[in-house]
Design a protein around this ligand. Structure first.
Ligand code: ATP
Ligand code: MG
Length: 168
């Protein structure tokens, strides 16, 4: 199973971000993330044997509810994505991601480590869009994180939430 941990926006926030991405796509092409699949990845596990699923569903990593500021948009040439996200990762989100990574390491899941840069991918396979238009106001309260299964297919990946982890 291809698995990852993520946070999901409320549908209104997702619709707003999706609308912005559709406008940007006119200048850079690529594939716009569908509104219902917009998310922020906290930890990517990749292929995991099904027998390890209980270890993941019982994660105890803690975090506090907060708000995710959507303040900047960027184009990354190295992987050709357009994304939106905070200017600086909020401390609360950073520690949630760190707690998760620590617990996953302790449970001996192999993680592609690297610095956690909070970003929400909105367009894939984009050309350089040049200066990006201003982002609309987006309200993204973070009250839980989720364990998600990703099933890749020709028509785009399909996600299934396997477990929810409330923050308190
Ligand atoms: P597609 O691959 O069809 O474009 P996707 O990237 O959304 O769709 P996945 O590849 O399953 O689907 O990735 C799920 C999430 O994990 C995405 O947020 C993706 O950016 C992230 N991700 C994928 N591969 C890695 C990786 N090697 N390291 C870190 N994050 C990754
Ligand atoms: Mg991918």
């Amino acid at each position: 199973m291809r698995l990852f941990f993520a946070i999901w926006p409320p549908s209104e926030a997702a619709a707003t971000l999706h609308g912005w991405a559709l406008a940007v796509q006119r200048s850079c092409g690529g594939r716009v993330t569908r509104a219902e699949t917009i998310h922020l990845t906290l930890a990517f596990l990749g292929e995991v044997e099904e027998e390890h699923l209980p270890d993941l569903k019982s994660m105890s990593a803690k975090g506090k509810p907060h708000v995710l500021p959507i303040e900047q948009s960027r184009f990354w040439a190295h992987n050709r994505i357009v994304w939106a996200g905070p200017c600086e990762t909020p401390e609360i989100l950073k520690s949630l991601a760190e707690n998760l990574h620590e617990e996953l390491k302790a449970k001996e899941f192999r993680m592609e480590s690297g610095k956690f840069v909070s970003h929400v991918t909105l367009i894939r396979k984009a050309r350089d869009p040049g200066p990006l238009p201003a982002l609309p106001a987006v309200e993204w309260p973070v009250n839980e994180f989720v364990l998600v299964r990703s099933q890749l297919s020709a028509s785009g990946s399909r996600y299934e939430v396997l477990q929810r982890f409330p923050l308190s």
